[in-house]
Design a protein around this ligand. Structure first.
Ligand SMILES: C[S@@+](CC[C@H](N)C(=O)[O-])C[C@H]1O[C@@H](n2cnc3c(N)ncnc32)[C@H](O)[C@@H]1O
Length: 376
């Protein structure tokens, strides 16, 4: 049975593991940012359609130690890369070293050497070599940790976070897989209404509706890298897609609502909702926090307020955070609010005490996903 490695952002490894379990995958190993699992190819296609928090799935093919160029070259040639594409297709090597203490200090050099070893293999076996370019049909991922190398075939292509519905966004949009992962951390599955009072481009609302509808976010995508590989199994793909489509709930018995102070963001969010074909389930209106009112039934409140990088912004944002805290306490009872904080100097302005805190890497920024119970 093949083994696959799903990747995610730091802080969401537990959610990824939980998602894989819920979808009945056999997990072999899991960490903060990755999960190794075992399944057949049909289920691997299904994973691409259904996983919300994964950014990419790899097929690990080699694990070895190398100290010299010749060793690296020889080790790479131990795997047959000619089985994935024809020499008429293209390839690219992506190198990533997390620890520069090993014998190879330069990622670009390693990429070249790995590329040469693979190209030579094609030439020797088939008399022809593939082209090398970034938008390649076959991407080979090399992870280096000291003298230890892990080589994998990328099965995904553009990151799974790019569902395809969000072609417009504001200044600091949440990546789609992070929004989905944060919602999963709240344990919300669509059992009650949801509100994002600072919705920006609408990511929480759209990912929330997809969770509640049990619609796989990969269903928006036309293709993945595995479609271009020689071992792609078309019938298995069709079966996986039919299964994912059959799982979608046709209706939502709840309301999903978003507000934003900026009319341009409201327009953008509405367009994204339309592209995701979710207009029936999500409502968005222009409204400032200071005018926030609860029109829903004990909704889950989720919020990704601005963090304010400049000092001048900080003072005005303190007022916004204070308004938010006051409105949450006055308007929302017997429910909970979750806030993604990227600036710990601003959260005290809420004048609320977080009951739980999860550390999450939000696109390179260390953030906290904070739970505020509002029960009286
Ligand atoms: C960090 S962005 C949210 C990004 C969003 N999660 C997304 O994925 O696109 C913060 C949003 O809060 C909105 N905002 C700022 N101050 C506000 C206020 N006082 N009332 C309502 N919305 C506000 C901004 O217009 C911006 O769209």
């Amino acid at each position: 049975m093949p083994r696959f490695l799903a990747l995610t952002s730091k802080g969401l490894g537990g959610v990824l593991e939980q998602e894989l379990k819920e979808l009945d995958f056999k997990i072999l190993k899991a960490s903060q940012t990755r999960a190794l699992f075992e399944c057949n190819w049909e289920k691997l296609y299904f994973a691409h359609l259904m996983l919300r928090t994964a950014t990419r799935i790899l097929l690990p093919v080699l694990d070895f130690t190398a100290y010299k160029n010749e060793e690296l070259y020889k080790q790479i040639q131990k795997h047959d890369f000619t089985k994935y594409i024809s020499p008429k297709q293209s390839m690219w090597v992506v190198c990533n070293s997390s620890d520069k203490s090993g014998p190879f200090k330069n990622d670009v050099f390693v990429s070249q050497l790995v590329k040469d070893a693979i190209v030579d293999q094609f030439r020797e076996k088939l008399g022809q070599r593939p082209n090398v370019n970034k938008q390649a049909d076959l991407q080979i991922w090399v992870r280096i940790k000291g003298p230890n190398f892990s080589v994998s075939i990328d099965l995904t292509g553009p990151s799974l976070t790019q569902r395809g519905y969000r072609t417009e966004a504001g200044v600091a949009p949440l990546r789609e897989h992070i929004a989905a992962g944060l919602l999963k951390l709240t344990k919300w599955e669509g059992q009650k209404d949801m509100l994002d009072p600072m919705c920006g481009s609408g990511t929480f609302l759209i990912e929330g509706a997809l969770i509640a509808l049990n619609k796989g976010p990969g269903l928006f995508r036309k293709d993945f890298a595995f479609h271009k590989h020689a071992n792609f199994q078309k019938e298995a793909w069709v079966r996986a897609k039919n299964l994912a489509e059959s799982l979608i709930n046709p209706e939502l018995p709840i309301q999903i609502l978003g507000y934003d102070i900026d009319h341009r963001m409201v327009e953008i969010a509405k367009n994204n909702v339309k592209r995701a074909r979710l207009e029936k389930f999500i409502k968005i209106e222009q409204r400032a926090i200071k005018d926030l009112k609860n029109t829903l039934n004990h909704p889950l409140v989720v919020c990704n307020p601005p963090y304010g990088e400049r000092l001048k912004e900080k003072t005005s944002l303190e007022v916004t955070y204070k308004d938010l805290g006051n409105k949450l306490k006055a308007e929302f009872k017997e429910t909970e609010a979750w806030l993604l904080s990227g600036n710990k100097e601003l959260t005290p302005a809420l004048r609320m005490k977080a009951e739980r805190s999860y550390a999450v890497d939000n696109n390179g920024l260390d953030c906290k996903w904070l739970k505020y119970p509002l029960y009286k």
